[in-house]
Design a protein around this ligand. Sequence first.
Ligand SMILES: Nc1ncnc2c1ncn2[C@@H]1O[C@H](COP(=O)(O)OP(=O)(O)OP(=O)(O)O)[C@@H](O)[C@H]1O
Length: 241
Amino acid sequence: MDLGFPLNSSELVRKCIAILGIRGSGKSNTAKILGKELIKDGFPLVVIDPDGEYDFQEALRIEDFNLDPEVAVKDVLERKRSLIIDMNEWNDEAFNFLFKFLDSLWNLSKIYRTNVFLVIEEAHEFIPQGERTKISEEITRLALRGRKRGIGMIMISQRSARVNKDVLTQSEVYFLHKVVHPADLKVYREILPLKAKEVADVVKSLDVGEALFYMNGRVEKVKIRKYDESTTNSQFAENLA
Ligand SMILES: Nc1ncnc2c1ncn2[C@@H]1O[C@H](COP(=O)(O)OP(=O)(O)OP(=O)(O)O)[C@@H](O)[C@H]1O
């Protein structure tokens, strides 16, 4: 696949991927490019979208939560359809749906074992460090034990230090965009096999859309290509069979 640099999508299957960086550093753009390329290569995505900003062609958007979560999960695992769960309303209805959806995903993935990626935007909101919720427990279980069931994860956060450490350290692939806060730089130092000064210098030099890509022990400065918002239009979940 082409992210602005070439990468083999099969190398990402069943892995946890972290996309980190400050506001405006290009995280969402990176996640969208990566998500679109994964869909193109045949891997369904489930996007937990707190700001209603994701919109992939051929994905179904769920924003009306009357739907049976198990039917939605089966659509992903059986028909390999991508879903965007729009959490914009941030209400009990949305959280109840999400909890049941993640629980069904855990249970049914054992049967189907479809390779799928769970995309979690603003990951610090759903899997906060030092706090446990019903949802964070579901996501943690999927991250720590989902690999054999086909589950990969893409976590995106502007607050690296506030994301649950147990989950973040499961990541094997990192896109590290610019950060400035010392607590976030400290997280980068823990992740990268570089000297502290090197980390500080190279991270400071990153422009919008640039990131340190870290996988298989190799760190590379990359420029992600720009996502074309005009080519997207997801369908609504009423179309779910
Ligand atoms: N690789 C890129 N090439 C060119 N422009 C980019 C690139 N990545 C991001 N941008 C632009 O920079 C701006 C911020 O990008 P983006 O929304 O992806 O950042 P973010 O880190 O996700 O910010 P936030 O945390 O506020 O969501 C957008 O206008 C986007 O179009």
